[in-house]
Design a protein around this ligand. Structure first.
Ligand code: SDX
Length: 378
């Protein structure tokens, strides 16, 4: 029973009904549970926004305090997972280390109780609390150092930066990092969230759901683009080289990393805020030559592709913010994952509430009735 024509990449095909977030790609609007991203970036925190997305309402003061305290108490990772990470090759990509570690967490909580709100909450707290610790631990271990323990006296974002750099972060940097997490936490039916929902629909555990989504996020057409953008800006090297670089890539039918979006046909509202955050860091800690190159690239790409609705997306300026915080380029996508775990878990919970296993159909364009050819006749 075919209900609609085949659309490559399921473009424009609703895969779920959801009340978690909303995007208007023509107007450049993004809302989490109906609240505009600009409001949340200005007034909320990552953990408060995570709570909003997962449980549907902004928490009361007591609810937020309890959630923050539970996450704080669960930041440490099992020593067996740390010992497992010691066997990972230093040359491995941190997204692969994260995917393996998130899946391994499920080994310690194998009793699934998907209809029990307490199990849902425990899983949410464990994953939101430990993913940053896993990312920081791999970073220190691949440098040959022991990971540092989380500091309970620091808030979520300050603690991550502390675990990463082994020193307390600048207050502005920690605040800006927390806003970056808010900007990356959720974005309707993107590829990794779709992965999360498909995996959730089989009623497997939330650790497998997150591991599946981490694997999807890592690709350069999705969350991996932020790392590619910095490599692209480094390759361009100067403002003068921007135009020839863009023209050559377009000539060769190659995509420009950090530009374009399946839904936004205007500049990504997250890119606008990330640009402002980058400028705040530049004002305090000094500029970045790649920012001038990025701004020139935005101008040239608008001139050449603006008519096709191709503008900067969330990945175009995020890397410049993280670079200014001294974060290695190949950790940009794991940081995207630290934020997006809360969005994936909101969709996990929503999928369970009204579940039907995903099983789409296909348009078969192969052969029929083909006879088997014996090996000695091939
Ligand atoms: C994220 O879905 C989400 O919400 C994702 C995300 C989230 O928060 O979860 O927003 C995060 O993944 C942002 C996107 C990061 N990826 C990149 O920056 C990689 C570069 N971007 C492109 O690969 C592309 O724009 C996509 C993948 C983002 C969207 O691809 P589509 O919708 O499948 O578009 P398409 O490839 O079909 O292109 C349509 C046209 C083509 O031209 P024509 O063949 O019609 O002439 O636009 C062109 C493309 O060549 N085009 C680009 C381009 N993106 C589209 N041309 C040059 N550079 C680009 N970046």
């Amino acid at each position: 029973m075919m209900v609609c024509e085949y659309k490559p990449g399921l473009e424009g095909i609703p895969a779920a009904q959801s009340s978690i977030s909303y995007v208007d790609g023509q107007k450049g609007i993004l809302e989490y549970r109906g609240i505009r991203i600009e409001e949340l970036a200005a007034k909320s925190t990552f953990l408060e926004t995570a709570y909003l997305l997962i449980w549907g309402e902004l928490p009361s003061k007591e609810e937020l305090k309890a959630f923050e305290e539970e996450v704080r108490l669960h930041r440490r990772i099992k020593y067996r997972i740390r010992d497992m990470m010691k066997c990972f090759p230093e040359s491995g990509h941190p997204m692969d280390a994260l995917q393996a570690s998130a899946a391994a967490l499920g080994l310690f909580y194998s009793l699934r109780d998907l209809h029990n709100p307490a199990y849902i909450r425990d899983s949410v707290v464990r994953l939101i609390a430990t993913i940053p610790t896993m990312v920081a631990a791999f970073q220190l271990m691949r440098k040959g150092n022991d990971p540092v323990k989380p500091r309970d006296d620091l808030d979520y974002s300050a603690n991550f930066l502390y675990m990463l750099h082994e020193k307390e972060p600048d207050a502005l940097a920690a605040k800006i990092f927390d806003i970056c997490l808010i900007l990356h936490v959720e974005h309707t039916m993107n590829a990794s969230t779709f992965s999360a929902r498909v995996t959730a629909s089989t009623l497997t555990d939330p650790y497998a759901v997150v591991a599946s989504a981490v694997g999807t996020l890592g690709g350069p057409l999705h969350g991996g683009a932020n790392e590619e953008v910095i490599q692209m800006l480094e390759e361009i090297g100067s403002v003068e080289n921007v135009r020839p670089y863009v023209e050559e890539r377009l000539q060769n039918k190659q995509k420009l990393m950090g530009f374009g979006h399946r839904v936004y046909k205007v500049k990504d509202p997250r890119a606008i805020i990330l640009q402002e955050l980058a400028e705040q860091l530049f004002d305090k800690f000094g500029g970045d030559k790649y920012y001038e190159i990025a701004q020139e690239m935005e101008r040239v790409v608008e001139e050449k592709l603006g008519h096709k609705g191709i503008y900067p997306n969330v990945d175009f300026y995020s890397g410049l913010v993280y670079r200014k915080m001294g974060i290695p380029t190949d950790l940009f996508t794991p940081i995207f994952a630290i934020a997006r775990v809360a969005g994936w878990l909101a969709h996990w919970k929503e999928q369970l509430a009204e579940n039907r296993i995903f099983r789409p159909t296909q348009v078969y364009n192969g052969k029929h009735e083909v006879p088997y050819t014996p090996l000695d006749q091939r």
